[in-house]
Design a protein. Structure first.
Length: 685
């Protein structure tokens, strides 16, 4: 078997060029070189009248090889291999299947024709990696389908179905039956047609202003991100220019963006989201077909909906008929929403509710479930009672999962006769939409039970992050740390509104005080009251939120918290200023000013420090896992890569020095060791 990832076979007078570079046929150097060789062979062999370009495996080329970024360029470039194919005077048909993305679509646009599998999708997702198409996409796509649809695809990074690709003109046909046979026949029928070379077409717009007018709308959809706006600038600058000039503009912007902090951050999170599945000692997943669900409240209904949408069957159990009906209604409502959003057909919705959702008010109904998820009230005794009952009815080998967001999973497992089958699955609300799940593995958990948790989360299309069984797991422990920092800055002189504005300017969708209002201030209050007996009297304790709760101001759910809620609006609660002033006076604090940058930095350092402790304590497996949690569960801006990536980008020696300076701000502050971020390298400057 040749090591060459590109092979050429002859089918009579047609060359079949196959790229075979698992897992996604990324366009590494060997593939690019193989394509140039194949083009030379096709050009030189007079017996060859045309070619089809196919990929082995599950997908046509899914893009350039991102792992090559940051390394010295290795010729030939993708631009060169594309030009080699397009300049042939014999027709080449690209046969697209799976996900023809980025450089893969650019390669296909360089061929003379494109046929696509009916289930295939195409796209230019480069902006999701902080770059723009760098192999002709900003030049060929507008020439092929027009500027407006091309800009939409390039600046959004969205995927385009085969049907839409046909309608837009990206694809020339949807392959019927065997896609290779279809492509061979398609090609034969065009041997004598004039060769369509997209790059030879004139750029469809001459006035750059018409394109720049779209800039504001695009940047509004991608706040803080550089690449989408840069794509528009390149395409606008290409107006009226020929392909070579336009491609030079594209290359200059592409190379600048590829070296940018945003692209490094977005590539980091891309790979970090794929590394989370690599868990040492993970066992073998057990059966998953039937899911039991105890509790149909907000979280339970979301979890049940996610399982139904993933094709699993769900048996929902509630304590009585009234609660059961309410739970079923919640699930029905979420499924109706999924139909409205186009995520579910009305037929599938009807079939789902009829055949795959069953309900009961007795736990015995869960006797044949493969995995049972408990989503009842966040109280350890209540959860323990549920698990005692599950222990009595669940079949041997069933996995029992609690959805707790911070309680001790080992203490729940301990009340059963099968602690090895008990894990935590911490879903985030709304559970049918949020991608993150913290998979809590107490030391008592059987590796197969943990593996089953990972298999379920993958089946749901979510991101499962391993966490040890420790207070707050990963995300809520970090949230507690940066909420503490924010509380202290407010007590020292900042306002909640300025802190929230600083969060939004950093790229968070909402500030920490607005977020607490949304979740309910009473939840944190209950935790602080639970921990009060163990609190060190010397600890700096900010009681501002307690004062609000004492007034019954629990946030959005009571119409008032840090903010006052009227309809969709939220305005700062003016009474909070007086409460803060009273707290400062009681402690003799003289308020000082805080800049937005100082607020952002103090919050980020609190996240980094707690994340480093989480690594040190073995609660998370990797720094990247922590970034996946913060980006996908807590609104940390994806284009900054997560707090741990931000620490690496700033330089660990500098971070270490800054962590040391925070000792005087907080009596509890312990500057964390950063060795685990530095892959063991010494952090000292
Ligand atoms: N380069 C290198 N490795 C890649 C890769 C890529 N482009 N895409 C995926 N992988 C690896 C991934 O890390 C994982 O590795 C394995 O393949 C399976 O991926 C010039 C410059 C294609 C939809 O942005 O969206 O082209 O963990 O787990 O869920 O203009 O991968 O197994 O070791 O995600 O089935 C543009 C990125 C690149 C597409 C498949 N292309 N990839 O999803 O599998 S920039 C993209 C994806 C570019 C040009 C520019 C998805 C997928 P491992 P997976 P999946």
């Amino acid at each position: 078997m040749s090591d060459d990832p590109v092979r050429l076979d002859l089918r009579g007078d047609i060359a079949v060029v196959t790229i075979d570079n698992p897992p996604v046929n990324a366009l590494g150097q060997a593939v690019r070189a193989g394509l140039v060789r194949a083009a030379e062979r096709i050009a030189q062999d007079a017996a060859i009248r045309g070619a089809v370009l196919v990929c082995a495996g599950r997908t046509f080329v899914a893009g350039a090889d991102i792992t090559e970024f940051g390394k010295p360029p290795a010729p030939p470039s993708l631009r060169d291999s594309n030009a080699a194919l397009e300049s042939l005077d014999k027709p080449v048909v690209a046969v697209l299947h799976g996900t023809a993305l980025g450089g893969g679509l650019e390669l296909a646009l360089s061929c003379h024709y494109r046929v696509i599998d009916s289930a295939g999708v195409v796209g230019l997702p480069e902006v999701t990696l902080g770059i723009i198409p760098g192999a002709g996409g900003t030049q060929r796509l507008p020439r092929l389908i027009g500027v407006a649809p091309a800009l939409d695809i390039i600046t959004s990074g969205r995927r385009v179905t085969g049907e839409e690709a046909l309608r837009l003109g990206i694809a020339d046909a949807i392959a019927q039956g065997d896609r290779l046979a279809f492509a061979l026949a398609f090609l034969r029928a065009r041997f004598d047609h004039p060769l369509p070379r997209v790059s030879k077409r004139p750029f469809p717009v001459t006035d750059p202003e018409a394109i720049l007018a779209l800039r504001a709308a695009v940047t509004k959809k991608s706040p803080g991100q550089v690449a989408p706006a840069r794509a528009i600038d390149v395409i606008a600058a290409s107006a009226g220019r020929d392909f070579a000039e336009g491609q030079a503009l594209e290359q200059e912007a592409f190379e600048a963006l590829r070296a940018s902090p945003q692209s490094k951050a977005l590539r980091h999170i891309f790979f970090a989201e794929r590394a989370i599945a690599k868990v040492p000692g993970l066992g073998t997943a057990r059966a998953l077909a039937r899911i039991g669900l105890v509790g149909g409240g907000l979280m339970g209904a979301g979890i049940g909906t996610a399982c139904l949408l993933a094709g699993l069957s769900v048996c929902l159990v509630e304590r009585d008929a009234t609660a059961l009906a309410a739970g079923r209604d919640r699930i029905d409502g979420l499924l109706d929403e999924a139909v409205k959003r186009g995520k579910l057909s009305a037929e599938d919705r009807a079939a789902m509710a009829a055949t795959r959702l069953t309900t009961a008010v007795v736990m015995a109904a869960l006797g044949d479930a493969d995995l049972i998820i408990e989503a009842v009230f966040e109280s350890l005794p209540v959860k323990q009672e549920v698990f005692r009952a599950l222990d009595r009815v669940a079949r041997p080998g069933a996995v029992l999962a609690t959805n707790t967001s911070y309680l001790d999973v080992a203490a729940i497992a301990a009340v059963t006769s099968r602690p090895g089958d008990v894990i935590g699955l911490h879903f985030f609300s709304p559970a049918h939409i949020m991608k993150l799940v913290e998979i809590v593995a107490p030391s008592s958990a059987d590796p197969d039970a943990v593996a089953t948790g990972f298999a379920l989360v993958k089946r749901l299309g979510k991101l499962g992050v391993w966490t040890a069984n420790a207070e707050g797991f990963i995300g809520n422990r970090i949230l507690s740390a940066y909420r503490r920092a924010a509380d202290q800055m407010v007590e020292d002189g900042a306002t909640p509104w300025a802190v929230d504005a600083a969060f939004r300017d950093f790229g968070f969708t909402m500030g920490v005080f607005a977020m607490q209002d949304m979740a309910g201030l009473d939840i944190g209050w209950a935790t602080r009251q639970r921990l009060a007996p163990t609190r060190d009297p010397a600890e700096r304790y900010v009681a501002i939120s307690d004062r609000l709760c004492e007034r019954g101001w629990f946030g959005r759910k009571t119409g008032r918290g840090y903010y006052i809620y009227k309809g969709a609006g939220a305005t700062p609660n003016p009474e909070v200023d007086a409460i803060i002033a009273a707290e400062r006076q009681a402690k003799g604090i003289k308020a000082r000013a805080f800049t937005s940058a100082e607020i952002q930095n103090r919050v980020l350092l609190a996240m980094i420090n707690e994340g480093a402790w989480i690594l040190e304590d073995g609660v998370a497996l990797r720094a990247g896992d922590i970034d996946v949690v913060m980006v996908n569960g807590y609104g940390f801006p994806r284009w900054r890569g997560g707090p741990m990536h931000a620490a690496e980008a700033r330089g660990l020696a500098q971070v270490k020095a800054e962590l040391e300076t925070l000792r005087h701000e907080d009596t509890l502050w312990r500057a964390a060791p950063l060795q685990r971020l530095s892959n063991g390298k010494d952090v000292e400057a």
